[in-house]
Ligand binder design. Structure first.
Ligand code: UN1
Length: 501
């Protein structure tokens, strides 16, 4: 283990024994060095954790919601105090450049703030009853144990979206992090436990983390005591998880792959568009579910836009994410690099003209996988363009009419994020209308990635349909009851039905 990683873990409150001597070897994507050996849970450990979480739920659900919010407030304080250490660990374990690692922790802080306010706003409706002396209302009540399966690319923020809301909603959480990022999960858990020690009266096991492989995930997914499974990752993972949870009538919240496009119209501010596309396509080395994978540009500006993108692409600084100035960090592992190369070969076969994409810094980092960002000018939206490859590859396409551009944008299996760059209000409004983008996120004059936590986050089609984070996404973490209260001395039946005895 490098001293930097162990120092960070110690500072964040993770005991050395938790990250040494285990069977899960953790490697930094920065240089391939081993940075931890984490203990692996077994399926039986998960089953025991679920029992503990269920017991904690029975207590936690009776704590008033604003008091539950107080715990999340304290957790937010821990995150603020430890932001740079946790962000640095995110960089070391997931390969994010410093600013993006800090942004990820900021996203956790933001959702905590949001959840604290929400803890006083978990409201239902009061509804007019058709019967005299009656009142109808609905309530949102705590749901139960929430299982959270998270991906390597947002190793801590997406967990926080789920757990901050779940905790104020009166639920308890079990986290199964990506096998590639167990250290950041343990560090986050340690910070959460610090908050718990400052909070009077929290039941034990409000939030637990279990590192392990597929068997541990399956034990979480299949257990009927887990009321909600919130899973972020590939469409392949979602296809496995969704039906298993549905088979036991559990609730599922899926946030799966994206294939996000930006349409650039003739009236667009090209300076803005170029910047939005560059961050969207190549930020986080193309490893966000919201990464811009396609540009659909009007034929009148296509060549100029692509030439500018190409010039900027070739200048993006690739290198260690913790060295200042670098914008493109490593891919998570060799499999990601191989998938990128396979996609670029397919793009060429399908008529694409590709620049970039080659391995970078191989001599300096023989055990890590850096790649030059790639640009693929495609003659049409071929099969490979419709496929999500989790790497910095941007496909470009031309269009003639806005209808054609929107049809291209929608003609992929995924439906997460999308954007249009235009200064024409008709085009902008059409794009966000019923006949526009079919995605869960549709932006105007900003890119596809980097959503704020205040809005609901998620998408349609193969993205899985779930909504997390802001707006009313909290409702997924609660059960709704409809209550009709009779305060009269009569018992009238609804719909005028008579049943006089
Ligand atoms: C993800 O990649 O799974 O909108 C989440 C964004 C981030 C979250 C991405 N706020 O890019």
């Amino acid at each position: 283990m490098t001293s930097t990683t162990s120092e960070l873990l110690a500072a964040l409150g993770v005991p050395a024994a938790a990250v040494t001597g285990g069977s899960m070897t953790v490697r930094s994507p920065i240089d391939g060095a081993v940075i931890g050996a984490v203990h692996e849970a077994k399926a039986a450990d998960m089953t025991a954790a679920i029992a503990r979480a269920q017991a904690a739920f029975l207590q936690w659900r009776t704590v008033p919601a604003p008091k539950r919010g107080e715990l999340v407030r304290l957790f937010g304080e821990e995150l603020r105090a430890n932001k740079s250490a946790l962000a640095r660990l995110v960089s070391l374990e997931a390969g994010k450049v410093t600013s993006e690692g800090e942004g990820e922790v900021q996203e956790m802080i933001d959702i905590c703030d949001f959840a604290v306010g929400l803890s006083r706003q978990l409201h239902g409706l009061t509804i007019a009853s058709e019967r005299p002396g009656h009142r109808m209302m609905e309530q949102y009540l705590p749901l139960g144990v929430v299982g959270i399966i998270s991906a390597f690319n947002f190793p801590v923020a997406v967990w926080a979206w789920n757990s901050a809301l779940a905790l104020v909603c009166g639920d308890t959480c079990i986290w199964k992090p990506s096998e590639k990022t167990p250290l950041t999960a343990l560090a986050t858990q340690a910070l959460f436990e610090k908050a718990v020690t400052r909070y009077a009266g929290a039941p034990a096991h409000l939030s637990q983390v279990l590192n392990g492989g597929a068997a541990v995930g399956e034990a979480l997914v299949d257990d009927a005591r887990v009321a909600l499974v919130s899973a972020t990752g590939s469409t392949r993972m979602g296809r496995a998880v969704g039906p298993r949870v549905a088979a036991r009538f559990g609730r599922c919240l899926l946030e799966l792959g994206g294939n996000n496009a930006i349409i650039v119209t003739p009236s667009a501010d090209l300076d803005l568009a170029v910047r939005g596309i560059l961050f969207g396509a190549y930020g986080t080395a193309g490893q966000r579910c919201t990464t811009t994978r396609r540009v659909i540009a009007h034929e009148s500006i296509h060549d100029e836009l692509v030439a500018r993108l190409e010039r900027a692409r070739a200048q993006l600084k690739i290198g260690s994410p913790v060295e200042p100035g670098n914008l493109i960090g490593p891919l998570i592992d060799k499999a990601a690099f191989d998938a990128m190369q396979a996609a670029l070969a397919a793009a060429r076969e399908q008529g694409g003209e590709v620049t970039g994409g080659e391995r970078a810094l191989a001599q300096q980092y023989p055990e890590a996988f850096y790649a030059a960002p790639a640009l693929a000018r495609m003659p049409a939206q071929t099969d490979i363009v419709k496929h999500e490859t989790f790497a910095p590859i941007l496909y470009t396409l031309k269009y003639k009419t806005l209808d054609e551009a929107i049809a291209l944008q929608n003609d992929v299996p995924q439906g997460l994020s999308s954007a249009i760059f235009t200064n024409d209000i008709r085009e902008a409004e059409t794009f966000v209308s019923a006949s526009g983008s079919d995605c869960g996120i549709a932006n105007v004059n900003i890119g596809t990635s980097g959503a704020e936590i205040g809005g609901a986050f998620g998408g349609e089609k193969e993205t899985g349909g779930g909504r997390e984070s802001g707006s009313d996404a909290w409702k997924a973490y609660m059960r709704r009851t409809t209550n009709t209260v009779n305060y009269s001395r009569e018992l009238p039946l609804a719909q005028g039905v008579k049943f006089d005895v």
